[in-house]
Design a protein around this ligand. Structure first.
Ligand code: PMP
Length: 284
């Protein structure tokens, strides 16, 4: 079951006009919220990032936080699986094709898919990544549905048999095609600072919070391209992939070529944090 413009319907019956501005212009924003044991994870943070994205494209939020929470609860209820990935999508609505904003209601779409944990093979061996120049626009902090650059960038990784493309802009690391990137240098966890050049990842925040709470030495600062190639460890984070070790970059091993101790520690802390959440132990 999905939710479309006020109604819950089976996905096969859901229809959107070909004039929807999402279809015509990619004029919309989205969110992906992981749900563990039927409890949305970091929901407040995801909804506040959604508000930031809507503000960024000057589209008013069709629902209050309470209404979003209720709709998400209903979608989770109406779909199978304890762990789900809930996708929210809002476009500027259906109107005659014209760039100027129309005076119409937005299109609101919510769906849920089963959320599978990262495979054991990937956790034990890590994944491969490649680097590419970040040729996206300069509002990467908006979670826009127009993902063509990200699609093209991710395909570079797929074509190379890798799991992610790590992007470089003006000599500095920005993020992955669909993830945030951390590195380890001299046993210090390093993360690039939030800016218009990257999506403020919810998992990125969780990892930095866990690092702070557990006295893991960490620093948020610009990371030069060269540092990626001499890093002891590289990690990627996202709501659906959680935290993964990147053990090869452009075909060369990262550090020892195996997941490192920082990854092992953060992965364990992340699983503990999730378990607390599942027992209802955090602020949601
Ligand atoms: N950057 C980009 C470009 C992404 O698409 C994602 C995944 N949504 C992330 C970072 C990670 O964000 P989050 O941890 O909130 O899933």
């Amino acid at each position: 079951m999905i939710f479309l413009n006020g109604q819950f319907v089976p996905i096969e019956q859901a229809c959107v006009s070909v004039l929807d501005r999402g279809f015509i212009f990619g004029d919309g924003v989205y969110e992906v919220i992981p749900v563990y044991s039927r409890r949305p994870f970091r929901l407040t943070e995801h909804l506040s990032r959604l508000q930031h994205s809507l503000d960024g494209i000057r589209l008013s939020n069709p629902y209050t936080v309470e209404q979003w929470c209720e709709l998400i609860a209903q979608i989770v209820e109406q779909n199978d699986g304890e762990d789900q990935s809930v996708y929210l999508h809002i476009t500027r609505g259906v109107a005659k094709r014209d760039h100027a904003f129309p005076d119409v209601s937005p299109t609101v779409f919510i769906m849920s898919n089963p959320l599978l944990p990262p495979s054991k093979v990937f956790l034990e061996a890590g994944v491969a990544a490649v680097t590419a120049s970040d040729n996206r626009w300069v509002r990467c902090d908006i979670k826009a549905i127009s993902l063509l650059p990200n699609v093209l960038l991710r395909q570079i990784a797929v074509d190379a048999g890798a799991a992610e493309t790590i992007m470089i802009r003006d000599g500095y690391l920005t993020e992955g095609a669909a993830s945030n990137i951390f590195i380890v240098q001299d046993q210090v966890l390093l993360a690039p600072p939030k800016s218009h050049y990257m999506l403020p990842g919810i998992t990125y925040d969780v990892v930095l919070e866990l690092a702070a709470e557990n006295h893991i030495i960490h620093e948020v600062r610009e990371i030069a391209e060269d540092e990626l190639f001499t890093a002891e460890e590289i990690m990627l984070t996202s709501s659906t992939r959680e935290i993964m070790a990147v053990t090869s970059l452009n075909g060369q091993p990262v550090g020892t070529g195996h997941p490192g101790t920082m990854f092992t520690q953060l992965h364990q802390l992340y699983q503990q944090y999730k378990a607390t959440h599942m027992r209802g132990g955090d602020d949601e």
